[in-house]
Design a protein around this ligand. Structure first.
Ligand code: AHR
Length: 620
């Protein structure tokens, strides 16, 4: 096969194009990226419309014969009013199970914090049934007060629990217990799990879309995501139940809540720390249309629009003149976060949505002309809802919506067949944000993150890149899944309490994110329906970059370039079988391999493209 890359410039590629979709699904936030080790740390779980039996004492149990009751009579604040009263003899108290135990490493420090009311002599200890890893004693007194204790582990264990017991017989009230590893990502307090955040950074993402997903919408409006509940002191963030308590694949998550310890401030910080643009998505006055589809009446929509205005000010405003910007500064970030992208509604469709989006757009566009608004085309990339959205958007320009969010969870055949999907899109209309996509193999759960899925996604993404004048942003979904706490598959990264596993789909995202050209180049190719190609040039690195997804057998390629190149780097993702997956036991079964070789100033290079593979060729 012959491929000839010309020096004819195609289109510019948005440097933000390859991004991340983060949602608190599969315990992606609490029990996942958020480094807090305790579950139900503030004793505020409550019965929800999914489960009437959820207890405020979830994840906690008593040690010995301690009396242990949930109270509300004298709370430390009225936002999360539940706390516990404990009474017991020396050695008795309470224990938190954490998320399948606590991973505790020898020589590492852990920060314990708790609010206590009453005079007591207490002991905090991280231990398994067999081993004590770290412990400390502290005395409390008087009214609600915060106590902080540094712990250093003398052992490495994977399934410890956190005990708070009486050092002497006593009683007291307890609230907001927290245990963090000292080594969070970038050493931030109230921070993120370092290995998970680093994996995100390694993709070199252009943006992070947060906080979802359906949790933006809520099952009903009452449990929609309200960003204002997620900022300020962590003990004053009103916890919410998670819409994914009802998993969509039959795996329920009875105790799934959102502590909001990872809230909007932390999301903005994460973006800054990994060099990505923030892309928050706000509720537009509609609950999940797969669930209740509850709509806020139009005469109450101002409250939702005001939330959007206040968010823009929280991110970008002047702390001297704006209340929300002042909160940002108080939280530690005087400088603006430079918010540019803003999603209005998640996965919404039809007239109720169009009406609400227009109300937002009418107010926000004139006030903030630099904010790029993103609208929705519904739950799938074809069909009635999708067609209606495009009918509504016909003739509209980027000042109406910068981009429209398309979602597709589809078979590999669909992705291969649709790799040219954007070739025929209107070049002058609203751009496309491929905001949620993933290849779903097979009918059963769990769906595998196989090499086949990854190569199909790569093929589709070559189409994004070739059509970068249309497709401006793209994010695979969902991002994280905690083993044994997963409601949705496939996902990009799997974790347990001590390790992470990168899927072949992750590697495809990283291969795109790390090798994005500044602009595409036109190329000529011989027809081969197994092969999907994009090509471009990076001014920064002075490299031609070609990407090739191959779903067939080995291909011998003669690659012709407009000028001689000295060296080539070939990065290849492949394996023996399309069905191959990575597992915790064999994490690198399907992982990219890189090979560099000199090519001596040649403008004609022979390549062997392996069967069933995705490849990046960098030519300097
Ligand atoms: O990514 C999982 C879910 O898929 C998202 O929450 C929702 O937007 C879509 O239906």
């Amino acid at each position: 096969m012959k491929i000839t890359i010309t020096n004819k410039k195609g289109v510019s590629v948005n440097p933000d194009m390859i991004g991340l979709f983060f949602e608190d699904i599969n315990y992606g936030a609490d029990g996942g990226l958020y480094a807090e080790l305790l579950e139900n740390r503030s004793f505020d779980f409550f019965p929800t419309m999914e489960y009437a039996d959820i207890s405020p004492l979830t994840a906690w149990s008593k040690v010995g014969e301690a009396e242990f009751t949930s109270e509300t009579a004298s709370p430390m604040n009225n936002i999360n009013p539940q706390y516990v009263h404990i009474k017991g003899k020396a050695g008795e108290g309470i224990v938190n199970r954490a998320y399948e135990g606590i991973f505790c490493e020898k020589g590492k420090k852990y920060d314990f914090s708790v609010y206590v009311k009453g005079a007591a002599k207490l002991k905090v200890e991280i231990k398994t049934d067999a081993v004590s890893c770290a412990s400390a004693r502290f005395e409390t007194e008087g009214n609600w007060k915060n106590y902080e204790v540094e712990l250093e582990s003398s052992e490495t264990v994977y399934d410890a629990k956190l005990y708070i017991t009486f050092a002497e017989d006593g009683e007291c009230d307890i609230d907001m217990c927290s245990l963090f590893p000292r080594d969070t990502f970038m050493g931030r307090k109230n921070g993120l799990r370092a290995d998970m955040a680093q994996a995100l950074k390694n993709i070199k993402p252009g943006f992070v879309r947060f906080p979802g997903g359906c949790i933006v919408e809520g099952t009903v409006l009452e449990n929609r995501y309200r960003w204002k509940d997620t900022i300020g002191k962590i003990e004053e963030r009103k916890i919410n139940w998670n819409r994914w308590q009802d998993g969509n694949v039959g795996v329920t998550a009875h105790d799934y809540f959102q502590s909001y310890g990872l809230g909007f401030y932390e999301y903005f910080l994460l973006c800054e720390d990994i060099g990505a643009q923030p892309l928050p998505v706000l509720n537009c006055g509609m609950a999940c249309q797969y669930k209740t589809g509850e709509c806020a009446p139009m005469d109450e929509i101002d409250e939702y629009i005001q939330d959007a205005i206040d968010l823009i000010e929280f991110a970008n405003g002047d702390p001297k003149t704006n209340k929300w910007a002042a909160i940002r500064a108080q939280m530690g970030h005087e400088a603006p976060f430079n918010l540019v992208y803003l999603g209005i509604g998640n996965e919404q469709w039809e007239e109720n949505y169009f009406e609400r989006y227009e109300a937002f757009q009418k107010v926000i566009a004139p006030l903030y002309p630099n904010i790029k608004l993103i609208t929705s085309s519904g739950p799938s990339a074809s069909g009635k809802e999708f067609d209606k959205a495009y009918e509504w958007l016909r003739g509209k320009k980027c000042d109406f919506a910068y981009a429209v969010d398309e979602h597709y969870y589809v078979k590999s055949e669909w992705m291969f067949d649709n790799a040219n999907r954007y070739d025929s899109y209107d070049r002058d209309g609203v751009k496309v944000f491929a905001g949620e996509y993933a290849c779903h193999i097979g009918e059963n759960q769990p769906k595998p993150n196989s090499l086949e899925a990854a190569v199909a996604e790569a093929a589709m993404m070559t189409g994004f890149e070739r059509n970068a004048d249309v497709v401006t942003l793209a994010s695979y979904a969902p991002l994280f899944a905690r083993e044994n706490y997963t409601q949705w598959t496939p996902d990009m990264i799997f974790v347990n309490n001590h390790e992470i596993m990168l899927t072949p789909s992750y590697h495809v995202q990283a291969m795109f994110g790390n090798n994005l050209p500044d602009y595409t180049l036109l190329f000529e190719r011989e027809e081969d329906s197994d092969v999907y190609i994009s090509a471009g040039y990076s001014e920064k690195s002075g490299e031609y970059i070609m990407k090739v997804a191959n779903r067939g057998g080995k291909k011998d390629v003669v690659l012709c370039l407009p000028e001689g190149v000295e060296a080539i780097e070939e990065i290849t993702l492949t394996s023996e079988s399309f069905a191959d997956v990575n597992t915790m036991a064999d994490k690198d079964k399907v992982s990219p391999k890189s090979l560099k070789r000199p090519v001596g100033g040649s403008c004609e290079i022979n390549l062997t493209v392996p069967p069933i593979s995705f490849n990046v060729y960098k030519l300097k």
